[in-house]
Write a protein that binds this ligand. Structure first.
Ligand code: NAG
Length: 340
C-alpha cells in the first residue's frame, strides 16, 4: 500500500487550487485510419475549423458538466475511424472563464481541433420562462438553438451532443445521416403522447392549435441532433424559435425548457435517426432517480438524460449498473487512489 506523503498531497492540493487543469488526465492520441480523407492538408492559411470533410461536433461546456463533456469527447475520438477529422465547437457562457476551459480541454486533448464560442446567456435569459424542472432553465441549455449564429458560416453541418452521453460507435455514421431537404435529424418517438408536451392553453387556442395542421408531428429528443446549419440560416429558424419563447413568456403553452420550441418549429419535418443513437433515460426518472435499463435494440450512444448523472452516482458510491459503461471514459484524476 502506497501512502502519499503529506508534502505530496499538499503539492497536489495547491496545484488544484491554482490550476484546474491538473484535475483531468491526458487522453491518448488517436490516429486516422489510412482511408480517411485528409482534411487539413493544403495551405497554412485555410481555416482548420471549416473543412467540409471534417466531422463537426457542437457541445456546451461549463464547470457543472465538464466531467461529462470530457468523457463524451474521449468516447467520440475513441470510436471514430477518422478521429483526427473530428472538429469540436464548444459553446460556453460568456461569463465563464474561457481561458481555464481552454486549458482544461487542451491539457487532456493536446491534439484536438476545437474552438470555444462565448454565448451571451444574459440575452437569452430574458427569453426563458421557468419550467417544471429548474435544471432545464440554465441558459446554456438554449445554446443549441443558436448554433447557426455562433458557429462560423463555413460550418454547414454539425452534430449537436449533450454532455451526459457516451458514444460507442463511429460518429461519422451519425454525422452522415442523409438529411434530404430537412433541416435536422434526431431520434423520433412517435409512441410518446405528443399532445402532452403542450398545455391545454395551446391546444384550445384556435390559431395556435393549427401549428401542426399539415404535419404528422412526433416527439423528438434534442440531446442528439444532426443539423444542416446552412438551411437553418436560410430559414432563419433562430428567430422562429425566439418567437415561440416570447409567446411562452406571455401565455404558458408548454412546460419543459428548450425542447418545445424545437418541436414547434420542426416536429413532423425532421429525418428520424435510428434509436441506437440515443439510448436515453439512463439518468433515471426525475423523481426518485431510479436506475433504468437499456431499451431493446442495438446501442451506438448512451444518454444519461434525466436527473441522475453517472459521475455523481459513482462519487456517491451509489452507481446504477449501467454507470459502469461510463466509468472507462472518466478522465478525472484521482490523486487519492494512489494507495489502491
Ligand atoms: C395524451 O395527453 C393528453 C394531454 O395530457 C391527454 O388528454 C390524452 O388522453 C393523452 N392520450 C393518450 C392516448 O394517452
Amino acid at each position: 500500500m502506497f501512502k502519499p506523503p503529506a508534502a505530496l498531497l499538499f503539492f497536489i492540493f495547491s496545484l488544484t487550487a491554482v490550476n484546474a487543469t491538473v484535475l483531468f488526465k491526458e487522453a491518448p492520441q488517436f490516429y486516422n485510419s489510412p482511408d480517411c480523407p485528409s482534411v487539413f492538408d493544403g495551405e497554412e492559411n485555410t481555416n482548420r475549423l471549416c473543412s467540409d470533410d471534417g466531422i463537426h461536433v457542437a457541445m456546451t461546456l461549463d464547470t457543472a458538466y465538464i466531467r461529462g463533456s470530457m468523457a463524451a469527447i474521449l468516447s467520440v475520438l475513441q470510436h471514430s475511424s477518422c478521429p483526427q477529422n473530428v472538429i469540436f465547437h464548444f459553446v460556453s457562457s460568456a461569463s465563464a472563464n474561457a481561458l481555464s476551459l481552454h486549458a482544461i480541454i487542451s491539457t487532456s486533448f493536446p491534439y484536438l481541433k476545437f474552438k470555444i464560442y462565448p454565448f451571451d446567456d444574459v440575452a437569452v435569459s430574458r427569453l426563458i420562462s421557468t419550467s417544471i424542472r429548474s435544471a432545464l432553465d440554465c441558459p446554456l441549455n438554449y445554446a443549441r438553438s443558436y448554433l447557426a449564429d455562433l458557429l462560423p458560416i463555413c460550418v454547414r453541418r454539425v452534430v449537436y451532443l449533450d454532455s451526459d452521453i457516451i458514444l460507442v460507435d463511429d460518429i461519422a455514421n451519425l454525422a452522415n445521416t442523409p438529411l434530404n431537404d430537412a433541416v435536422l435529424a434526431a431520434p423520433e418517438y412517435c409512441n410518446a403522447n405528443f399532445t402532452a408536451y403542450f398545455t391545454p392553453t395551446f391546444w384550445s387556442n384556435p390559431s395556435l392549435s393549427l401549428t401542426f395542421a399539415n404535419r404528422s408531428p412526433c416527439y423528438f429528443n434534442t440531446g442528439v441532433m444532426v443539423i444542416d446549419l446552412s438551411r437553418w440560416r436560410l430559414g432563419d429558424f433562430t428567430a422562429e424559435i425566439e418567437e415561440w419563447m416570447e409567446l411562452q413568456k406571455r401565455m404558458r403553452i408548454y412546460e419543459l425548457g428548450s425542447l418545445p420550441p424545437f418541436m414547434l418549429v420542426f416536429a413532423g419535418n425532421i429525418v428520424p435517426v435510428d434509436h441506437r443513437w440515443n439510448q436515453h433515460g439512463l439518468g433515471g426518472d426525475n423523481f426518485q432517480g431510479l436506475c433504468r435499463d437499456l431499451h431493446p435494440g442495438p446501442v451506438s450512444l448512451l444518454h444519461w438524460s434525466g436527473k441522475g448523472k453517472p459521475w455523481a452516482r459513482v462519487d456517491a458510491n451509489r452507481p446504477c449498473p449501467l454507470d459502469s459503461l461510463w466509468v472507462p471514459y472518466d478522465l478525472l484524476q484521482t490523486p487519492f487512489s494512489l494507495d489502491s
